[in-house]
Design a protein. Structure first.
Length: 124
């Protein structure tokens, strides 16, 4: 991850953890890191443990990964398609064909992402 996103590591958030309340106390570090780095979004499949009202008080929102990718598609479809191409190319043991790749994304709950990427099937 450090190679892909050099400034993605968040430090010095630990002092915030104790003052945070979430349904699952083991998720407090995620919110603490988001607060520390002034993130506006926490991308998670586990939205139930990141209540809107709690996050809003810190200027943060929770987004399902499918919604997040859909928003990225609206901003820069070419970048999303290129990222999907790179990801699929890295799946070498065994290699994954396009249809299987899209099926995996769909099963993971990335329904809108799958639909959007399917229109680029020929170049994935």
């Amino acid at each position: 991850m450090d190679r892909a996103i050099p400034d993605g590591l968040v430090d010095e958030y630990e002092d915030l953890i104790a003052g945070l309340t979430l349904p699952d106390p083991d998720d407090r570090h995620v919110l603490a890191a988001a607060i520390r780095c002034s993130a506006s979004v926490i991308v998670t499949f586990n939205q139930r443990d990141f209540p809107t009202d709690v996050l809003a008080s810190y200027g943060v929102e929770s987004q399902h990964p499918d919604e997040f990718v859909e928003n990225l598609f609206d901003l820069d479809a070419a970048a999303v398609v290129a990222a999907a191409q790179r990801q699929r190319a890295q799946l070498k043991t065994p290699p994954i064909d396009v249809d299987h790749y899209l099926e995996i994304l769909f099963r993971q709950g990335l329904v809108q992402t799958t639909k959007a990427l399917a229109t680029y099937r020929s170049i994935l």
